[in-house]
Design a protein around this ligand. Structure first.
Ligand code: ADP
Ligand code: GLC
Length: 497
């Protein structure tokens, strides 16, 4: 089968810049696609934190002129590198005004007020970069609202551009909650014509919605799990776009994310006090003691340790946890938490750590090493999300033998099998209702299993550690979607022309 030219654009990519799982995905999926033989080119913004020297980035000759509608022409430059551990070219769009800042999207909890211009600029730069490189993509792969303008630009500004004559687009939705909604004036910057500012394309409540534009204009859309693809067609999960998504369900697919087992593997993890694997779990006990040391908790092996890693965002079920924790603190257990996000939650969990210094430890901030140490040192992993497009932490937990407690939604539902006490089958503990009571009930079940049914718990651990969610499986799914896009391309052209 013919190898394809794929132009892959994302707003964050590991190891350069990361705020969540999108960066993990964008750092590994291109490699899995490359392994299938495709010519993949990756593009992201050159934020201030992307260290040019450390990554050996070299400038491409000449500036990149971007027409920003009423704002006139703006100039960017491009730096080129190679995605670590591969031969994949990665390009960084540099614009001091837009990207030379401390944060990716926000600072101190406040989103940048010009995020519309920043990511419209970035999307246009991606198109211009392809022309500059004389790279004719078969598919432009956009990820989340930041690159939602790409499918729109392809069907409008670039509709008759010979360089994109054979190009189709895929819009991957990693999170429906963030849609890129702005004042409609952004239409004058996007410059695709006000005729596209209508309820069936970019308009929503008299503002512009970039993800909506991407969903409508892309040849195919996908979410990062099957369950979430179904869920976003409903009012509970569609974040206002459920009707639109449902109308486009004919081109909606779900592909479960994979995991980078070179990074998340307890048998080779350099951050652990002692490595381990299913055949010899003694290292896990060492990691537990070490974790208790890190969080200044009593070093006890006779009680279960529950871990949490994740953004302190409503999505992640922080309201459930903050209500449930009072009850959980009455039990003979320990909990450690690593996260940053909503200020009230940061304060709340800090306060809890002060109130229960022997039972609750927290680190408010972002630390990759500690994330690994929590995955390894905990017995049970907490992930009570209200919604979860895929979720990576619960999959990491499986590999580390840290049994996840999850709410049965999105990717959590797709990746975790509920414990069945008689058969001793399953890989974790699930609850359904988004209530603190349900979380408490399921946590008690998991804790009791750890305490009173050691054999059952060990068997579950074994099941979990054997599970694999490899990227090559996901990449084959994307490969199939790309080919479907190429087949359907002619009809797409006719539709928008
Ligand atoms: P989301 O993308 O919604 O945040 P995922 O589970 O897909 O959720 O991915 C989260 C990623 O970010 C994981 O790799 C996780 O380890 C990491 N992460 C989240 N918060 C932190 C933190 N405070 N410190 C270190 N890593 C974190
Ligand atoms: C989003 C989702 C998360 C998913 C990640 C990568 O941030 O919240 O569930 O795993 O994207 O696709």
């Amino acid at each position: 089968m013919k190898n394809l030219n794929i132009l892959f654009a994302a707003s964050e990519i590991v190891p350069y810049a990361k705020s969540g799982g999108l960066a993990d995905v964008a750092g590994v999926l291109p490699k899995a696609l490359r392994a299938l033989g495709h010519d993949v080119r990756v593009v992201m913004p050159r934020y201030y934190i992307v260290d040019k020297e450390k990554y050996g980035l070299k400038p491409l000759d000449g500036p990149l002129g971007i027409l920003m509608g009423v704002m006139g022409e703006e100039w960017g430059s491009v730096y080129e590198g190679t995605l670590p551990g591969s031969d994949i070219p990665i390009y960084f769009i540099e614009h001091e005004g837009y990207f030379g800042r401390k944060g990716l999207y926000e600072e101190d909890g406040f989103g940048y007020s010009d995020n519309d211009n920043r990511f419209i600029f970035f999307s246009k730069a991606v198109m211009q970069l392809a022309k500059k490189l004389r790279f004719k993509p078969d598919v432009i792969h956009a990820n989340d609202w930041h690159t939602g303008a790409l499918p729109v630009l392809l069907n409008t500004t670039y509709a008759f551009d010979p360089d994109f004559e054979n190009t189709g687009s895929l819009m991957s939705i990693h999170n429906m909650q963030h849609q890129g909604k702005f004042y409609k004036g952004a239409m004058d910057v996007l410059g695709v014509g006000w005729e596209h500012f209508n309820h069936n394309e970019l308009e929503e409540y008299d503002g512009i919605n970039l993800l909506k534009g991407g969903i409508v204009h892309a040849d195919i859309i996908n979410t990062v799990s099957h369950k979430y693809a179904q869920e976003i067609r409903t009012a509970e999960f569609g974040c206002g776009l459920e009707g639109l998504v449902d109308a486009h369900a004919y081109k909606l697919y779900g592909i479960l994310n994979g995991v980078d087992y070179e990074e998340w593997n307890p048998s080779i993890d350099p951050y652990l006090a002692k490595t381990y694997d299913a055949e010899d779990m003694s290292g896990k006990a060492v990691c537990k003691t070490e974790l208790q040391k890190i969080f200044n908790l009593p070093q006890r092996n006779d009680i279960p340790l529950l871990g949490w890693v994740g953004r302190l965002a409503e999505q992640k079920g922080i309201t459930l946890l903050s209500s449930a924790i009072w009850h959980l603190m009455k039990m003979d257990i320990q909990i450690v938490l690593l996260g940053a996000g909503e200020k009230w939650a940061e304060h709340f969990f800090r306060d809890m750590a002060a109130k229960f210094p022997d039972k609750f430890g927290c680190f408010i901030g972002y630390r990759n090493d500690l994330a690994h140490q929590i995955e390894a040192g905990s017995d049970i992993f907490l992930m009570p999300s209200l919604f979860e497009p895929c979720g990576l932490n619960q999959i990491y937990s499986l590999r580390y033998g840290t049994l996840p407690i999850v709410r049965a939604t999105g990717g959590l539902e797709d990746t975790i099998e509920n414990f069945e006490a008689v058969e001793r089958s399953g890989t974790g503990f699930k609850f359904y209702d988004a209530t603190p009571e349900a979380l408490i009930g399921t946590a008690t079940w998991a804790i009791d299993t750890w305490t009173y049914d050691k054999e059952g718990f060990d068997q579950l651990r074994c099941n979990a550690m054997q599970k694999r969610y490899d990227w090559d499986v996901a990449a084959k799914g994307y490969d199939a979607l790309y080919r479907r896009i190429i087949e359907g391309r002619l009809s797409r052209r006719q539709h928008w022309e």
